[in-house]
Design a protein around this ligand. Structure first.
Ligand SMILES: Cc1cc2nc3c(=O)[nH]c(=O)nc-3n(C[C@H](O)[C@H](O)[C@H](O)COP(=O)(O)OP(=O)(O)OC[C@H]3O[C@@H](n4cnc5c(N)ncnc54)[C@H](O)[C@@H]3O)c2cc1C
Length: 402
């Protein structure tokens, strides 16, 4: 099977990096250790600056190893080393400044400017075709809960999408909780109407763990046909399942989440199929680590005779995860892209904590990752042993050189 080729999957990883990944995924796969570890990290992230000015032993030894597994670098310049390394294997990247800012207008403006800087930076590189932002990083969550957001949020969306349009960099807008998503959907549709006339620049994120999202895709297609614009969709399963179900239960409304994992999987695959069947209007950016869904996409691309390397289909994974998927797809010449968070080590801690928590809840994925890393470590051992054996044999054959 395509994704079982660990030589291609882990080719960029040194032996040390492989062992580090093995250790980290082992830790993450233990839910008790992860729970204790993430609680300690949360405590540490809120107090470290009281004790340490820049760097402490804990960060240097332990945090840095987690950071290197899941983050690209401290700034644009250092992150580019990672980006270029990935591109040497035909893998594109998109960078995200994963620092969570304050919750006032000044900090929203600063974040908006940092997204604009990222777009400008990306436009000078050939391997950064996308940029991303999270709506609640540029506006108050309470504003998004209303049906109409305020003018400042609209202006920030518009500033970002306009510059993305001018620089021809595609912009992904992350999906958040369902109770803020309606106003985000409305805003993104307005941006698509404005900036997706000729090319697909603006991408909304659609979470298929929501049972209403296939209907949403259908409504969006009708609107696009009527108003003559293109649709960009980042299709994901969705990251806020526990929050969603908990809120629905406590406020006594029907949960927007599919009743089971199987139902989410079926909904996700239907979403992919719907988009791939309407590629004259849609572009697909598929964010998933699910091998079955990806095999279906590969089959579908073949069956529908779609162009693998067209600008309309992108397959994405998070940096530090599912390399066996990313690099094997890239080796088969699909458009593959990694999400690369960057930023100062202590400031990206909340992102790292979320990664650990999410990985623990996705048990199958982590154990698959672990077994593949183990396979690659033993494959390398065997290769080294055979190499050594052949060398000795050759030396024996050629005899003593007197
Ligand atoms: C490039 C990229 C970008 C992303 N951007 C976003 C984003 O903007 N917003 C966002 O919300 N998420 C985002 N995610 C995360 C994504 O939504 C998933 O949480 C994550 O990728 C795991 O799902 P999976 O498709 O990889 O596969 P899997 O591991 O097969 O699926 C796990 C997912 O299935 C769903 N699920 C699990 N159990 C159940 C259950 N009992 N009932 C119903 N559904 C269940 C959940 O959505 C869970 O996350 C992104 C992921 C990637 C790779």
């Amino acid at each position: 099977m395509l994704f079982d080729n660990t030589k291609i999957g882990f080719d960029l990883k040194s032996d040390f990096e492989l062992k580090r990944a093995l250790f980290l995924f082992k830790v993450i796969s233990n839910s008790t250790i992860t729970k204790i570890g993430t609680s300690l990290l949360k405590l540490y992230s809120s107090i470290w600056f009281l004790f340490f000015k820049q760097y402490d032993i804990f960060s240097a030894i332990f945090l840095e190893q987690i950071y290197r597994q899941f983050c690209a670098g401290l700034d644009h310049k250092t992150s580019m080393k990672t980006v270029n390394k990935l591109f040497s294997k035909n893998v594109y990247s998109y960078l995200h400044y994963s620092v969570e800012g304050g919750k006032n207008d000044a900090s929203f403006d600063i974040h908006c400017q940092s997204v604009i800087n990222s777009i400008e930076f990306a436009s000078t590189k050939k391997n950064l075709p996308f940029t991303v932002f999270k709506p609640t990083a540029i506006g108050r969550i309470t504003e998004y809960e209303k049906s109409d957001v305020n003018q400042s949020i609209y202006n920030r969306f518009d500033r970002i999408c306009k510059i993305a349009f001018e620089k021809n960099i595609k912009i992904l807008i992350d999906a958040e909780e369902s109770w803020v998503q309606d106003s985000i959907d409305n805003l993104v549709e307005m941006m698509m109407k404005k900036y997706n006339k000729e090319n697909t620049i603006v991408f909304n994120t659609v979470q298929m763990y929501r049972h209403d999202r296939l209907d949403y895709l259908k409504t969006l297609l009708e609107s696009a046909k009527k108003n003559n614009f293109k649709i960009g969709v980042k299709l994901v399963r969705g990251a806020y399942i526990e929050k969603e179900n908990k809120r629905a239960k406590s406020l006594k409304y029907e949960s927007p989440i599919c009743v089971s994992k199987q139902a989410t999987d079926a909904n996700f695959d239907k979403g992919v199929d719907y988009i791939l069947s309407n590629l004259n209007v849609f572009s697909l950016f598929c964010g998933t680590h699910n091998e079955e869904s990806l095999y279906k996409i590969i089959d579908s691309i073949k069956y529908k005779r779609l162009e693998k390397k067209s600008n309309k289909i992108w397959l994405a994974q998070l940096y530090g995860m599912s390399d066996h998927i990313t690099f094997n797809l890239a080796n088969e010449n699909f458009n593959v892209i990694k999400y690369l968070p960057w930023g100062p080590i202590h400031q990206v801690l909340p992102y790292l904590i979320r990664r650990a928590e999410e990985n623990t809840s996705v048990k199958g994925q982590t154990s698959r990752e672990l077994s593949l890393i183990r396979n690659e470590i033993s494959r390398r051992k065997k290769v080294k042993k055979t190499g050594l054996h052949l060398k000795k044999k050759k030396a024996r054959k050629s005899g003593p050189h007197l």
